[in-house]
Design a protein around this ligand. Structure first.
Ligand code: ZN
Length: 334
C-alpha cells in the first residue's frame, strides 16, 4: 500500500493582500514528484457531510455570503468570494477522501493538502481564514464508518478552537493542540475543558518554543495522551506557521523539527492504530516553509530520508519543564 494525497489548491479562493492565498502551495507543488505517493481525486463534500459538524443555517450563511459577491465575514479577517463555497466543499471532500481511503485500507496513510483551512471553523460560525472544519468533518465521518475513537493532534501555531468546540461533548473524539499562547484566537489554555481532561489537551506555548520543546512535548504529553485514549485512527492538523520565520506567528520550529514531530506521530500511529494516520493542511504563510514542512510530512509517511534544510531557528528556546509538569498533573498522568 502507498501513501495517498489530495490536492485542493483552490486558485480562485483569494482576496487582495490576504496571507491565506493560493501561492502558499506553489513551491510545494514542484516537490511532489520526489515522493512515491498516489493522488486521489477530490470530490466536493455534500451539505449533509458538512452538517456532520456544522449547523445547517451556518452552511446556508456561508453559501449566501459567497453567492452575494463575498467580502470579509469576520475580524481575523476571514474572506469569501463567489467561488469560495465550492472551494470549501472541495477542501472538506478532499479531506474525507483521504480519511476514507486509509480507513478502508486502500491507502496506508495520507496527506490532504487543501485550502481553505478548517481548524478555526466552529459548528456555528466560520472564522480564522476557515470556512468548514475539514478535519472535524473527517473525524465524525470515521465514526459513521465504524471507528469508535478518533484523535486529532494539531501542531499549527494557532489553537484549533473550532475542532475543540466540535469535539466538546463527544466522548468518541479527542483533541490535543500545541499552539503559541496569547495570539489568535485566544482560546487553548491548559484548563479550557475541565469536563474532558482525558480527551481535550491544550499545550499553550511561549514564543520561540521550537524543535527541542516539541521533542519534549512529544514524549511527555502526546505519547501518554494517545496511548491512554487508544484511537482507531490519528488525524493531524498540520500547520507550518509553527515555523520560526512564519510571517504571522512567533514559534520556533524548523523544517527538521516538522520532520521530527511528524515522524513521531507516524510511529505512534503504528503502535496504537495499525499506522492509520492522515495529515491535513491547516496554516503556514510562507510558501517555502509550507513546501519544506509538507515535504517533511511526506518523508515521514513514506520512509524516504528527509532532505535536510538548513533553517534552524536563531532563537534560544524557553524551558518548558515546569509547564509540562503542570499539564501532566492537570491530566493525571504519573
Ligand atoms: Zn495557524
Amino acid at each position: 500500500m502507498t501513501t495517498a494525497y489530495t490536492w485542493v489548491a483552490s486558485p480562485t479562493h483569494e482576496y487582495e493582500d490576504h496571507p491565506e492565498r493560493p501561492e502558499r502551495l506553489t513551491e510545494l507543488e514542484t516537490r511532489l514528484s520526489q515522493f512515491k505517493i498516489e493522488k486521489l481525486d477530490a470530490t466536493p463534500a455534500t451539505r449533509d457531510e458538512i452538517a456532520l459538524v456544522h449547523a445547517p443555517r451556518m452552511i446556508e450563511a456561508v453559501d449566501l455570503a459567497c453567492a452575494s459577491g463575498g467580502g470579509i465575514i469576520d475580524y481575523a479577517p476571514t474572506f469569501v468570494n463567489p467561488s469560495s463555497f465550492e472551494d470549501a466543499l472541495l477542501a472538506s471532500g478532499g479531506t474525507l477522501g483521504c480519511a476514507r481511503a486509509v480507513w478502508a485500507g486502500a491507502a496506508s496513510d495520507a496527506f490532504a493538502i487543501v485550502r481553505p483551512p478548517g481548524h478555526h471553523a466552529e459548528p456555528n460560525r466560520a472564522m480564522g481564514f476557515c470556512l468548514f472544519n475539514n478535519i472535524a468533518i473527517a473525524a465524525r465521518d470515521l465514526l459513521e464508518r465504524g471507528a469508535e475513537r478518533v484523535l486529532v493532534v494539531d501542531y499549527d501555531a494557532h489553537h484549533g478552537n473550532g475542532t475543540q468546540a466540535a469535539f466538546w461533548d463527544d466522548e468518541r473524539l479527542a483533541y490535543l493542540s500545541t499552539h503559541q499562547w496569547g495570539i489568535y484566537p485566544g482560546t487553548g489554555s491548559m484548563n479550557d475543558a475541565p469536563h474532558a481532561k482525558e480527551r481535550i489537551v491544550n499545550v499553550p506555548l511561549p514564543a520561540h518554543a521550537g524543535d527541542a520543546c516539541f521533542e519534549q512535548i512529544s514524549s511527555q504529553v502526546i505519547a501518554p495522551m494517545v496511548k491512554s485514549f487508544q484511537p482507531d485512527m490519528l488525524l493531524v492538523s498540520a500547520g507550518f506557521d509553527a515555523h520560526w520565520d512564519d510571517p504571522i506567528t512567533m514559534l520556533g520550529v524548523s523544517s527538521a523539527g516538522f520532520y521530527g514531530i511528524s515522524k513521531y506521530l507516524v510511529e505512534l500511529a503504528r503502535e496504537v492504530c495499525e499506522g492509520k494516520i492522515v495529515f491535513v493542511l491547516e496554516g503556514g504563510y510562507s510558501p517555502r516553509n509550507v513546501a519544506n514542512g509538507a515535504s517533511a510530512v511526506f518523508a515521514a509517511l513514506t520512509g524516504v530520508p528527509f532532505a535536510e534544510v538548513d533553517d534552524a531557528s536563531p532563537h534560544d528556546e524557553p524551558d518548558l519543564t515546569k509547564m509540562i509538569e503542570a499539564i501532566r498533573a492537570w491530566h493525571g498522568w504519573k
